[in-house]
Design a protein around this ligand. Structure first.
Ligand code: B12
Ligand code: SF4
Ligand code: SF4
Length: 359
């Protein structure tokens, strides 16, 4: 994994505030520190192009999040991971793996193992499933032989499709990216301190959780012949709850029960993030329905959500024809009557048309 640490240090120097942002990743390199008995790393790439995903889900969610096998005991990928773990243990090996963040830098390890290549957008690609593969790594106590056989062709000279598609300019050069400004970080990974930055909120476009633009734009993904013949377990039931207008109306208890287990980066103490993400999408996709749904959030128990909803309504109102009756009836100032009152405890397991949502 020497190559990984070299690339990591390069990243630290190329990105503003890079050292601080990437400090925690040093642990991904230091495998022997964490697992002194480790001798080899085994990597598996699970093909996620086999699953059917609706257009609405693809528009708002990263595909690898929708088909995530991490912490999901009913996913087919998890079955394979457990099967391989049992197989290796059956051979008398000591093995260890974890769902997240993984035992090492998995893209680099997968490339070293000869499963595919890392392209300029930093994604690991296999010839069969492009970058829509999720990676799992095991450390083992056995010396293993590396039989690497790389067959995939490199990125065409002069191709910039992924850079051009990145809405935030986070992917500004080959093999680098600024995770602080990446849509995926901002709407899923961390409780970023810049969540209320209007410029980035606009650039998030229709992405509610994750972002696939630098992958979808790549010719190596576009050329894939995907089967999409499998349903991902649980996704059909989840489908009605994935839409921004539904999330805007969902009670926090329902978000905690329905969305949090699958989309685990947003923790139970930060569920208001879902509302902020929904607000961003509602504003960016601008429909008269957006106004109705945003107005519901003026009564949200969280000040940050109420504030953002009010800004969003002002923003939408400013960008539309004053005389359109759909907008006029919600004209500013967007002050909700019950805004100063303490919200009552409510519970719900399904979407609701209520004018409020609980904390
Ligand atoms: C931290 C992390 C994030 C962070 C930071 C991302 C980052 N780029 O570092 C954030 C929250 C932004 C994130 C988002 C996403 N992530 Co993420 N993430 C990780 C994690 C935990 C560590 C990544 C890491 O090591 N970063 C350090 C930097 C230095 O590495 P890197 O960006 O991957 O860059 C590599 C290349 O640039 C290469 N490189 C650099 N220079 C050169 C030069 C040459 C010539 C070559 C060949 C290579 C090369 O080396 C670098 C190190 O491997 C891994 C899991 C793991 N344990 O590996 C998943 C992982 C990388 N994420 C994954 C996914 C799916 C995503 C999302 C697509 C989710 C989504 N749908 O929104 C987004 C995409 C964002 C993006 N454009 O990368 C998958 C990627 C699968 C794949 N096929 O590549 C992984 C492997 C998780 C998994 N278990 O499958 N992620
Ligand atoms: S995930 Fe989206 S924001 Fe992040 S680098 Fe890729 S295109 Fe840019
Ligand atoms: S879009 Fe072009 S440059 Fe970017 S990863 Fe794909 S082939 Fe490489």
């Amino acid at each position: 994994m020497e190559g990984y640490i070299r690339r990591l240090f390069e990243r630290m120097h190329r990105i503003p505030n890079g050292e601080k942002l990437h400090q925690g990743f040093l642990e991904l390199f230091d495998i022997r520190q964490a697992y002194p008995w480790a001798k080899s790393v085994v990597i598996a790439a699970v093909d996620n192009t086999r699953f059917y995903l609706s257009r609405a889900a693809r528009k708002h969610y990263g595909k690898l999040f929708l088909t995530d096998n991490r912490f999901n005991s009913s996913s087919p990928g998890r079955g394979m991971i457990l099967g391989l773990t049992t197989f290796m243990e059956g051979l008398g090996l000591k093995v260890y793996w974890n769902d997240h963040p993984g035992v090492t830098g998995l893209r680099w390890a997968a490339q070293e193992a000869g499963l595919g290549i890392i392209r300029r957008n930093n994604f690991f690609f296999t010839p069969e499933a492009g970058s829509y593969v999720s990676l799992t790594g095991w450390v083992t106590d056995a010396d293993m032989e590396l039989i690497a056989e790389l067959k995939d062709e490199p990125c065409p000279a002069g191709c910039t499709s992924c850079f051009d598609a990145c809405p935030t300019g986070s992917l500004s050069e080959p093999f680098t990216m600024n995770m602080a400004t990446c849509v995926s970080t901002r709407n899923s990974y961390t409780d970023s301190t810049v969540i209320d930055d209007e410029r980035f909120n606009t650039l998030n476009g229709s992405w509610l959780y994750g972002c696939d633009q630098c992958q979808d734009s790549c010719p190596f993904n576009q050329a894939l012949e995907t089967s999409e013949d499998l349903s991902f377990p649980g996704l059909d039931d989840l489908e009605p709850y994935l839409l921004p207008e539904v999330i805007a109306s969902l009670k926090y208890e329902a978000i905690n029960q329905i969305l949090r287990p699958k989309f685990f980066y947003i923790k139970s103490e930060s569920l208001w993030r879902w509302k902020l993400n929904a607000i961003n999408v509602l504003v960016n996709t601008k429909s008269s329905e957006s106004i109705k749904n945003l107005k519901k959030l003026l009564n949200d128990p969280f000040d940050i959500v109420r504030r953002r909803a009010r800004n969003a309504l002002d923003q939408l109102f400013a960008s539309h024809d004053w005389w359109n009756p759909n907008y006029f009836k919600y004209s500013p100032p967007f002050i909700a009557e019950s805004e100063t009152k303490e919200p009552s405890a409510q519970s719900a397991a399904a979407p609701t048309d209520d004018n409020s949502s609980d904390g």
